[in-house]
Design a protein. Structure first.
Length: 161
């Protein structure tokens, strides 16, 4: 079953590459007492994710913060090495969190996993965005197609806040 607006996020732990190396970050660490925009992509370095989805959030980071957002995070079912390389290549390191849901446990717990084996990707995350306040989902925007980033785009999130 897919998580719904008004529900609390499940507890999970992610890996994130920082300038000091990998760190573990929990949902409690990231969301407790904060307003956070979380968006998920099917895979780091994939075309729509790298050319459209992620750049929109990097370009609109300051506008989201001006609307009261405390933090922004992107999540993918990739390992922390890949997410760290994507953070560096995109210029996003230190600006937003690049969370590695390496085994897909969080994604599956949300009911937002997708089997993209036909495209050679295996089990990944659906493309979505959500506004989370103190660990509770306030808005949830799930794309119909993994190749689109419209309802989950930064501009759409800005309009919702």
């Amino acid at each position: 079953m897919t998580i719904a607006i008004g529900e609390s996020l499940p507890e999970a732990k992610f890996k994130e590459k920082t300038a000091d190396g990998p760190v573990e970050i929990s949902t409690t660490d990231l969301f407790k007492g904060k307003k956070v925009v979380l968006f998920a992509v099917p895979g780091a370095f994939t075309p729509t994710c790298s050319l459209n989805h992620l750049p929109g959030y990097l370009d609109n980071r300051e506008a989201l913060i001006a609307k009261g957002v405390d933090d922004i995070a992107v999540l993918a079912v990739n390992d922390w090495h890949v997410m760290g390389a994507w953070a560096q290549q995109s210029g996003g390191m230190g600006k937003i969190h690049f969370l590695a849901d390496w085994d897909g446990a969080f994604t599956k717990a949300l009911g937002l996993d997708a089997d993209l084996s036909a495209g050679g990707l295996g089990i990944r995350s659906k493309r979505y965005s959500m506004l989370v306040e103190d660990g509770v989902v306030k808005s949830l925007n799930i794309e119909e197609s993994p190749g689109q980033a419209t309802v989950s785009a930064a501009e759409a999130m800005l309009a919702q806040i």
